[in-house]
Design a protein around this ligand. Structure first.
Ligand code: SF4
Length: 305
């Protein structure tokens, strides 16, 4: 069945001149199917560089929006229109405008996990891989508003020593990983290196050997001589880590760390997406232009890693 499905997807993909992108948290079969796997911004940049006319983004809404902002001449499709991101939805553009009014001289840095409207209200965008460098590059006399992830924000405060105005947003899939999960897994596998994503809570990060973004986890494990790793992020990340390092063992810190929105994408939905050219993600021009400015400013500070 899957074989037929995959064949049909391939035919349609060629017919539409499409590229299929899959985030590191996607189900394994979607990652296997994709032309490119990676983190959200890396994928959007990759998409903008290809000459494909259609981008099928196997991820969530804000990722497809980012691809649409960076590739305005291409058609961006999200196979499930209900694949949203609770973290991105925790702040609206109106709430950010209100926060800016309360801190009129502050610069705004938004995590890429935010809506196009929130990006459009921000001065700089950042990823979990470069949030520290982006904040560090800003004038010391400037107050900084950081939205929407409070845990990434606290990590940046710790690394830069700067005070940030934080928004109380959080990733519903990362905060379920507890301190006990790390302690119990570490007790079972004492030789394992603990890698935690910055979206994890502070007690979890304190127990980690390395705090890394998904792309940094891939680079770190490739270069490491360790043979066992505890992975404190969304469970889908185990798939690209295993693929890249077949001789190493990767253990999820918690099997509960599943993003249900990421898992909404199925092979059937990818097929329907290409068949019916749905669900097209369109970002209004004015918002896209402002959001792009925040993304470009980030890239000017340092290349995306
Ligand atoms: Fe949003 Fe968290 Fe799911 Fe990523 S893992 S899409 S941040 S809810």
């Amino acid at each position: 069945m899957n074989k037929q499905l995959l064949e049909k997807i391939k035919q349609l993909k060629d017919m539409r001149n499409a590229v299929i992108l899959a985030h590191n948290y996607q189900p394994g079969e979607i990652q296997d199917l994709a032309d490119f796997c990676g983190d959200s911004l890396g994928l959007s940049i990759k998409a903008a560089e290809t000459d494909a006319e259609v981008i099928v983004f196997c991820g969530v809404q804000f990722m497809a929006e980012t691809a649409a902002i960076l590739s305005p001449q291409k058609t961006v499709l999200l196979p499930d229109k209900f694949a949203g991101c609770p973290l991105a939805d925790m702040i609206t553009a109106e709430q950010l405008r209100q926060l800016k009014q309360e801190h009129p001289d502050a610069l705004v840095v938004c995590y890429v996990n935010s809506s196009a409207e929130v990006k459009a209200e921000s001065d700089y965008c950042c990823t979990s891989a470069n949030a520290f460098e982006v904040v560090n590059s800003l004038p010391m006399d400037k107050q900084i508003i950081f939205v929407p992830d409070q845990h990434l924000g606290r990590f940046v405060i710790e690394k830069t020593g700067r005070e940030l105005v934080l928004w109380p947003g959080y990733c519903t899939s990362h905060v379920v990983i507890t301190e006990e999960d790390i302690k119990n897994t570490k007790a079972k596998y004492p030789d394992a290196v603990v890698m935690a994503h910055a979206e994890c809570t502070e007690p979890v990060k304190e127990l980690a050997d390395e705090i890394l973004s998904t792309s940094q986890m891939l680079r770190y494990t490739k270069a490491s001589s360790a043979k066992r790793f505890i992975v404190s992020t969304e469970v889908g990340m185990i798939c690209p880590l295993e693929k890249q390092n077949p001789k190493a063992e990767f253990i999820a810190a918690s099997e509960k760390a599943i993003c249900p929105n990421m898992k909404k994408i199925t092979l059937e939905k990818v097929l329907w997406s290409l068949e019916d050219m749905q669900h097209e993600i369109v970002v209004p021009k004015e918002i896209a232009a402002k959001a792009k400015r925040a993304l470009e400013r980030m890239v000017e500070i340092l290349p995306v890693r």
